[in-house]
Structures are given as structure tokens and as C-alpha cells.
Design a protein around this ligand. Sequence first.
Ligand code: AMP
Length: 114
Amino acid sequence: MADCIFCKIASGEIPNVKIVYEDEATMAFLDLNPQAPVHALVIPRRHIDRLTAAEDGDTELLGKLQLTAAKTAKLLKVEGAFRLVTNNGKGAGQSVDHLHYHLLGGRKMLWPPG
Ligand code: AMP
């Protein structure tokens, strides 16, 4: 999508993005405004607004995103303890309308998250 910042990151248009992992369908990069010592974003390259916009045809892609998150956790050495979360909709805190999972680690996580 033309105005989507994460689409631009996926197509390499944005400089200085710290990419941790990428393959043909997904990628993971460090969050610009980290909320934990380790904070990466895991996205599909193809634009999907949010998790509830995904369709049956996206099943394989959604599975790949989970595996990309696990690979990213290993690359960032937090595979023993991390949180994976998506904000679905403005009310849940979504500010970028391109499906993404926050991978947070490197500190104690609180529950409930607030
Ligand atoms: P959310 O609020 O759940 O939609 O998360 C969007 C996240 O994207 C926030 O944590 C932002 O800090 C992050 N973000 C926005 N623009 C960029 C960017 N250019 N590079 C890296 N992270 C970004």
C-alpha cells in the first residue's frame, strides 16, 4: 500500500532499519521506540491491515510469521523468555495499520500487561 510505512520498510525504501531476519514472505526489524531491551517487529511483507483482516488464504503466511518470530527470538538471544503480542485495532493500541507482532524480551514481563 502506497502510504504504509511497513510496506515501505518491506520494499527497502526506508533507510536505517535494523533488519534482524527476512525471507520471501516475512521480516523482522528492531522497533524505533523500544519498550524493552529487546523489541522487534515481525511483519508479513504483503499488506494486511491487522489480524482480523487476515483470511483463510493467509493461513500459511500466519504460520510463517510465528516461525519468523521464533527465529528472531533466537537471533536476538531471548528465546528462553519473550512476549509476542499484536495490537488489533486503535482501542488496543494499534498505530500502524499493517499486521505486526511485537517481540519483547530482555526484562521481566508483567501480567496482566495493561
Ligand atoms: P502499534 O502501536 O502496535 O501499531 O506498533 C507500531 C510500532 O511501530 C511502534 O512500536 C513504533 O515504535 C514502531 N514503528 C513505527 N515506525 C517505525 C519505523 N520506521 N521503524 C521501526 N519501528 C517503527
